[in-house]
Write a protein of this length. Structure first.
Length: 487
């Protein structure tokens, strides 16, 4: 995904990790490293530093009776559930004293406060990149800095993702995988209509031209399906804001100020208006993530904007497409020679601050249990083989938790290269990607405000675009940003 900005150029060679900042964690100050088997080499003892003479002896976690509840993939993610079941089995071989409970709760920013207040949140739960600061400041994510610092593989984790949960020098999350938003294109639809397939180094004009040529409204075929429902709509549009050189917010002199109602923001919204006027988006444009990706998999749109692995997986394994039919593009540059900037996001695991010290340690051990391990690699390979027997494809994340140029990254690539049912991203794509992190404060609230604006643009003619942007910025500023004091 990019001519990776300086940071990402050095780091993105596929990676991932953690970050964030603190709140009233009832055990954050005593989450000391455990003298337990290492997650990456389960049979070996941990590499914890020897305690000083005035410190209590480290607890042997293999002897602690405990129950931890962990994030478990949704029912539709059959392969991921199989991998998690295998992981639980192997974890219990090392920690037979620990009962691992599968939680069916999926992170929701509107539910996390209730879950924490009722003490019903899992010991280890999933979240996404925008939530680090929010969870830390609310005291809903444990400060795992000590656990992280004692982890002997911490320097091999992807710094790009790690930074998103590193708040004030403290760590509040464990990375799983990441992405830079791109545009996934069904090139077979283009070729079948005699439409020229654009170069990867494309522009907004190329998107509009291609979408116009392939769209067939009478048959319900869209050229591109930007999301128009839920916070996903604001998330999709933000990529165009970034490509135009805009920012969501500025932070200065202890204040947070809305910045998306800028000339860049207006330019990005004008492009959305052009897509609507050209009749290249679905007639039923109120699509959430699942709707838009589903439309792509079903051949009802030639292009969709998302973290690439989701649409690719659905297109191949549910839509019956072939790898040569699907090309992952970076986000288009606003003009020739511009950056292909996409939102940098990811999936993280957070430890519940209400858990006991030992439960937090065990949750951390579970989270990193397969990281950098041969057994974890073997489990991945078995999943690839199983998919092959089912005539399905294995689609890895664009950004892994590890550095792609690391020794372990080379091992993973070697496994992928052995199988023809592994979808691999092109080197040209990776060179063009330019990832930009989401806003530091109230990102979901900003997305919601912009979703209202996008729905106005898609549903009405003659909308005053600047007035809509200004009104949204005013709402976000007065309702959220004015309440923030930055130290």
């Amino acid at each position: 995904m990019r001519k990776i900005s300086t940071i990402i150029a050095c780091l993105i060679v596929f990676s991932l990790v953690l970050a964030a900042c603190g709140g009233k964690n009832n055990s954050s100050n005593n989450a000391s490293p455990a003298a337990s088997p290492s997650a990456s080499t389960p049979a070996d003892s941990a590499s914890d530093p020897s305690p000083s003479s005035d410190e209590p002896p480290a607890v042997d976690l293999t002897q602690v009776k405990a129950t931890i509840s962990i994030y478990y993939p949704t029912p539709d993610q059959v392969e991921k559930r199989a991998l998690e079941d295998d992981k639980i089995k192997r974890f219990n071989e090392v920690y037979p004293n620990v009962e691992v409970v599968k939680s069916d709760w999926q992170y929701n920013p509107n539910e996390i406060g209730i879950k924490m207040g009722a003490n019903e949140a899992p010991t280890l739960f999933n979240t996404y990149a925008t939530e680090g600061k929010f969870l830390a400041e609310k005291g809903w994510a444990a400060d795992i800095t000590d656990l992280f610092n004692s982890y002997d593989k911490k320097d091999q984790l992807n710094p790009i993702l790690l930074d998103q949960f590193n708040i004030g020098g403290k760590i509040f999350g464990i990375p799983q995988q990441g992405y830079v938003v791109g545009t996934v294109v069904n090139t077979k639809m283009l070729k079948d209509k005699g439409v020229e397939v654009p170069a990867l180094d494309w522009t907004w004009d190329d998107v509009l031209k291609t979408a116009s040529a392939v769209a067939d409204p009478k048959k319900g075929i869209a050229g591109i399906a930007p999301m128009g429902k839920g916070n996903e709509a604001g998330w999709n549009w933000t990529n165009f804001l970034f490509e135009a050189g805009g920012e969501i917010q500025t932070v200065a002199d202890g204040k947070v100020t809305a910045a998306f109602n800028s000339e860049a923001g207006l330019k990005a919204l004008q492009f959305y208006s052009k897509l609507k006027e050209a009749n290249v988006i679905p007639a039923d444009w109120a699509l959430g993530w699942g709707d838009a990706v589903g439309a792509f998999a079903q051949g009802r749109t030639a292009m969709v904007i998302a973290g690439p692995d989701g649409p690719v997986d659905q297109g191949l394994n549910q839509g019956g497409m072939k790898p040569e039919d699907i090309v992952v593009y970076p986000m288009p540059a606003s003009a020739s020679g511009g950056k292909h900037t996409g939102v940098l996001g990811g999936d993280f695991l957070v430890v519940n601050p209400n858990a006991t010290k030992e439960e937090q340690q065990l949750a951390f051990q579970y989270a990193v249990f397969d990281y950098f391990s041969d057994k974890g690699l073997a489990s991945t390979e078995e999943s690839i083989k199983q998919r092959k027997t089912e005539n399905k494809y294995f689609v890895p994340p664009v950004i892994q938790y590890f550095k792609q140029d690391s020794e372990y990254g080379a091992k993973v690539k070697a496994v992928y290269d052995k199988y023809d049912n592994v979808y691999q991203y092109s080197n040209e794509l990776m060179a063009l990607l330019d990832g930009k992190p989401e806003a530091q404060f109230n990102t979901q609230d900003y997305y919601a405000a912009m979703t209202n604006v996008i729905q106005e643009v898609f549903s009405k003619k003659g909308v005053d675009l600047k007035a809509q942007l200004d009104a949204a910025a005013k709402t976000v500023q007065e309702k959220f940003y004015n309440n923030i004091k930055v130290e």
